[in-house]
Design a protein around this ligand. Sequence first.
Ligand code: ATP
Ligand code: MG
Length: 382
Amino acid sequence: MRAERRTVDESVTALAIGRLVLRDFRNYRTAEVTADGRPVVLWGPNGAGKTNLLEAISLFAPGRGLRGARLVDMDRRDGGPFRLEAWLVSRDGPREAATWHEPATDRRFVSLDGGPPRAPAELDELPGILWLTPSMDRLFGDAPAARRRFLDRLVLAHYPGHGRAAAAFERSLRERAQLLREPEADPLWLDALETRMAEQAVAVAAARLAFVRDLAAELRAAPTGFPALEPLLTGEVEQRLTATSALAVEEWLATTLRRARARDAELGGASAGPHRSDFGLRFLGSGEPVAATSTGQQKLALLAVLIAAVRLRQRLRGEAPLVLLDEVAAHLDAYRRAALFDLLVATGAQVWLSGTDSELFRPLVGRARIYRVCEARLDADD
Ligand SMILES: Nc1ncnc2c1ncn2[C@@H]1O[C@H](COP(=O)(O)OP(=O)(O)OP(=O)(O)O)[C@@H](O)[C@H]1O
Ligand SMILES: [Mg+2]
């Protein structure tokens, strides 16, 4: 059954996993975890399988999951290939989703509600899944590509078509780079490709722009314990879109690409497009870039963005995305941690949190499902 034929269940305000089954995934042979609408805490020693479980959940979104790992690396060593099944609660009613690795083709497939195997991009039919992981601590000091990925994941939770548009543009980029390496590339073929690229580029940039505008409004009102922020989207395509029509920007980009063929052939890549944009944050008031502050402050800023995105989605669509927070609590002082938990509970989102120390999650006792994870075993603690 497709989403458009479902009746909206107004009482559901967040996408949530009711039951999740893992088979031959990373260090899990078979495991099952059940949850209700409340936050879920996974605590246990290093190497227990906490991040692996969050990674499994992240595969119910389009893309390569929260580690960006290869499929073969997610198959259990000495076992595999992996298969994951989730029973979800959503505004479109209960949904069943499965995803698995097919080693013969080395592709990942998904199936929704017992339907035929499809590409992971089809998961954009579900409300999004957002996450923060320890590797994002360096996001603002990292290469712009990591920030674009972070931004695009947030945008995807709002504009389901964004993932496909971004993937189509990436494919066109690669196709053009390959054509430019050929000595006798057909200029007419390149013309057509660049026209298509310009359309895809404008779609990608327009979705980012619309999202960042909404995000800016949400980020101005900082929740207790969190900084008020201003998001910054820099990029020539985005900048032109704020000043002129989408059609004019498409024409400009197609012409720019045509003129840059020789240079792009020599240097590789494409000299203009949304793949060169960047996303940043600065503190409202002081104007200080978030990149210049402490690790803990950067983490708070990222959390503020994530919470703003969840609230935005709640407000605009009536349904919060699922949220995965890997080792987030450890970076925060006790006051910020308590404030974060209160905020998360208030969004109504199903948030999955991991950490090594149960003490960190004490303020959530009674308000969350708590699991102790040890050697790929999950034991309910509450
Ligand atoms: N494909 C795989 N097959 C079997 N085991 C794997 C596979 N990939 C990873 N592992 C193992 O899974 C274990 C758990 O990893 P995970 O990252 O989930 O731990 P964690 O509980 O998050 O620990 P930490 O607190 O250190 O972050 C690791 O010991 C790792 O070696
Ligand atoms: Mg971990």
